[in-house]
Design a protein around this ligand. Structure first.
Ligand code: HEC
Ligand code: HEC
Length: 198
């Protein structure tokens, strides 16, 4: 009986978080009005300083947008998220999640190889954990761990600096302890490496 109730609750929560076609149409309208200038209509981002959202995980984006709205994560996004409803946030996250992720072409393979080592092995001398242990071997992440594959190098490296200085204000504990141990060489090379992952 308890199992039955649990199943019903689970099924109804799935219905609640799934955006309808109408929600996605509304999301597209919001994107064209308020988001595309920086993130692009398909989440590809118009400049390397703005994160690519295409293919990013839905739950992760819902959390970040909710945190921008409440001010827990501070930055440019606060004013943009201020008027979004919960349903709009869910629909926007689903909208961008459905867009195909892109990757960058790497020109400096030797430098990217330094980042590849850090990403998969970490640095046992300074105690940096392998990024792959959380963000996945291919950098694709999970619902709660952001996708890094194909992200702009510049954005990744800036976020690592913000985690280090705690300028990134929400949930920074884990990433602060990692970013504070990275040298500039490690930070820049790992950012380059993930930008080339698919
Ligand atoms: C003026 C440029 C700009 C506009 C317009 C904009 N954003 Fe952003 N967005 C940013 C920046 C910059 C960041 C990175 C956070 C930071 O550094 O403050 C960001 C971060 C995000 C993130 C978190 C990504 C991550 O990987 O953590 C999401 C989700 C997001 N924006 C969604 C949206 C949505 C939805 C809209 C439209 C309602 C929007 N943005 C409009 C600039 C913009
Ligand atoms: C122990 C798990 C763990 C490890 C190891 C880890 N991360 Fe993270 N990382 C996280 C979590 C959790 C978040 C999301 C924080 C949040 O929810 O706001 C994150 C967020 C990030 C972000 C922000 C992405 C975005 O879209 O804004 C970047 C960049 C990042 N990590 C890079 C790295 C790199 C590079 C390494 C390796 C040097 C690494 N991480 C290792 C758990 C980890």
């Amino acid at each position: 009986m308890n199992k039955m109730i649990a199943c019903l609750i689970f099924a109804s929560s799935l219905v609640a978080i799934e955006a309808t076609a109408a929600d996605l149409t509304r999301a597209r309208e919001i994107v064209e009005e308020k988001c595309h200038l920086c993130h692009g209509t398909d989440g590809e981002a118009s400049s390397v300083i703005y994160p690519r959202l295409a293919g990013q995980h839905k739950e992760y984006m819902v959390k970040q947008l909710t945190n921008f709205r409440s001010g827990e994560r501070r930055g440019t996004m606060n004013a943009l998220a201020a008027d979004l409803t919960d349903d709009e946030i869910t629909a926007l996250a689903e909208y961008f999640n459905q867009k195909p992720a892109l990757k960058h072409r790497i020109h400096d393979e030797e430098f990217a190889a330094v980042g590849k080592y850090i990403f998969h092995q970490g640095n046992k001398f300074s105690g940096v954990a392998a990024c792959a242990s959380c963000h996945g071997e291919g950098g694709v992440g999970t619902q709660t761990l952001p996708r890094l594959a194909g992200q702009h190098k510049r954005y990744v490296s800036a976020q690592l600096e913000d985690f280090n200085s705690r300028k990134r204000t929400n949930d920074n504990a884990i990433m602060h302890s990692i970013a504070s141990k990275l040298t500039e060489l490690e930070r820049e090379s790992v950012a380059l490496y993930v930008s080339g992952l698919e």
